[in-house]
Write a protein that binds this ligand. Structure first.
Ligand SMILES: Nc1nc2c(c(=O)[nH]1)N[C@H]1C(S)=C(S)[C@@H](COP(=O)(O)O)O[C@H]1N2
Ligand SMILES: [Mo]
Length: 252
């Protein structure tokens, strides 16, 4: 499909979704409000833009469902391997006291934070569902500091559009737009079910974005980069996942 006809398809869908009339209006809206995801040219093409654009228009401020304590899963699944490299093992053996979260990019005050510093900020706890794209899921209590709080501490610059988060585990990095980055349920999570976040579930720190599928909830993160463009990261698709055929936007 040519770029032109794909763009037409996208904007037609958005016009229907937004209830706006006419392609020109929809095209303007899509660009002005940033409704085109970084992987729009990927294998899902127009469908990706429709999902992302529609969600952003309709559910920008919606909250993920929170559950009562009685619904917490007794046997949460810790998926995949923990990092096997020496650097991670050393940090783990030292109780992560030497671990730091670095924040750079479009921020007024680039900084790095120890776990103790992150824990000194106002914490939030939520009982939400983590759903893997493969079909299994569990409910857990997640404890952490809202990403929005830490972004306020470092001071995001007006041009900021995305927050890229990278893992100590090779191959895992992802990004969210500012709507998800500043969302009240998006947490830098260091606790789970009343205790420390187990290493199997991403300790010492994982990003919890409960309105998106499990794979967006990257474990072992140690770097955040605030940016206005995702072009310079990996293959420019906003995440490692679209490089393997998974959508950048995995809203649920
Ligand atoms: N660093 C890292 N993050 C990751 C993964 C992983 O293997 N490594 N798996 C992802 C996938 S596919 C899912 S479904 C969830 C699983 O979270 P859990 O291990 O807490 O069940 O973590 C996501 N984050
Ligand atoms: Mo997953």
């Amino acid at each position: 499909m040519s770029n032109l006809s794909r763009r037409k398809l996208i904007t037609t869908g958005l016009a229907a979704t937004a209830g706006a009339s006419g392609l020109a209006v929809a095209a303007n809206l899509a660009h002005r409000y940033g409704l085109i995801p970084p992987d729009h040219g990927g294998i899902y093409g127009a469908g990706e833009t429709l999902t992302y654009g529609a969600q952003r228009l309709l559910t920008r401020h919606s909250l993920a469902r929170e559950f009562p304590r009685s619904q917490i899963s007794t046997k949460p699944v810790a998926n995949g391997e923990t990092p096997q490299d020496e650097a991670f093992k050393r940090l783990h053996a030292g109780g992560f006291t030497d671990w730091r979260l670095a924040i750079d990019g479009l921020v007024a005050r680039p900084a790095s934070f120890s776990l103790a510093e992150l824990k000194s900020y106002p914490s939030r706890s939520q009982i939400t569902h983590l759903a893997c794209e493969e079909g299994w899921s569990f409910i857990a209590e997640w404890i952490g500091v809202p990403l929005s709080h830490v972004l306020t501490v470092v001071g995001i610059l007006p041009k900021a559009r995305y927050v890229v988060y990278s893992s100590m585990q090779r191959g895992w990095w992802d990004s969210v737009d500012m709507a998800d980055a500043l969302h009240p349920q998006t947490l830098l999570t260091y606790g789970m079910n009343g205790g420390e976040l187990p290493v199997g579930h991403g300790g010492p720190l994982r990003l919890r974005v409960p309105r998106q599928l499990g794979y967006k909830n990257v474990k072992y993160i140690n770097r955040l980069t605030v940016t206005d463009s995702l072009k310079g990261f990996g293959k420019g698709l906003g995440s490692a996942s679209p490089e393997y055929g998974y959508a950048w936007y995995a809203g649920i």
